[in-house]
Design a protein around this ligand. Structure first.
Ligand SMILES: CC(C)(COP(=O)(O)OP(=O)(O)OC[C@H]1O[C@@H](n2cnc3c(N)ncnc32)[C@H](O)[C@@H]1OP(=O)(O)O)[C@@H](O)C(=O)NCCC(=O)NCCS
Length: 161
């Protein structure tokens, strides 16, 4: 690798042994972190997959920057979580993770992929719209944890074939 390597993102499939890295990324991206054990118990489930993004800076140093977690069930898939650490946002990490997950589920024969996102989460909604997801429903009072007033979720969907 060249010393003055161009900054960029490298993606890889996460293994069960990546629970600690995923947990640290989740904690940095969300108010409530998921533990190593929660990630490990998800990753052993049939159809659950995760991708990790390493960000390589100008000096060639790599750091875990983001993840995406998704579940494939026959011809459907669901994005369970996606997060990018604050220092690495707006560098295309989230978009690359989402595009690679979409390529993977397409290869697996998936027809429809859906997700839930809080209706106030403008960054995530913009990311999903950019990736051709469209709103297909709304769930009121969906987000309750640690809140006085529950938040509503948008259901977003993309048809792949
Ligand atoms: C949502 C999130 C994953 C986006 O990751 P990211 O790596 O910063 O996104 P990218 O740089 O790949 O952006 C891709 C596109 O998404 C949209 N976008 C991303 N962040 C945005 C923001 N803060 N405001 C508006 N649009 C935004 C833009 O369309 C952007 O394209 P552009 O940079 O060419 O304008 C990141 O903000 C995050 O981790 N947020 C906290 C966790 C979270 O809310 N996850 C989603 C739960 S459903």
């Amino acid at each position: 690798m060249s010393f003055w390597a161009r900054p960029g993102v490298a993606l890889r499939r996460a293994e069960v042994s990546d629970g600690e890295t995923l947990s640290a990324l989740h904690t940095s991206a969300f108010q409530r972190g998921w533990s190593d054990a929660e990630f490990e118990s998800l990753l052993v489930q049939h159809g659950v997959n995760a991708l990790l993004a390493d960000y390589r800076g100008r000096l060639g140093r790599r750091a875990p920057a983001g993840f995406i977690l998704y579940r494939i069930t026959d011809e459907e898939a669901e994005i369970l979580s996606v997060g990018v650490a604050p220092d690495y946002r707006r560098k295309g990490v989230g978009r690359q993770l989402l595009e690679e997950a979409l390529r993977h589920v397409y290869r697996e024969g998936v027809r429809d992929i859906h997700l839930e996102v809080e209706d106030s989460n403008q960054a995530a909604i913009a990311l999903y719209r950019d990736a051709e997801f469209r709103e297909s429903g709304r769930r009121t009072g969906y987000y309750t944890q640690g809140r006085e007033k529950p938040g509503s979720a948008l259901v977003m969907q993309r048809q792949l074939r």
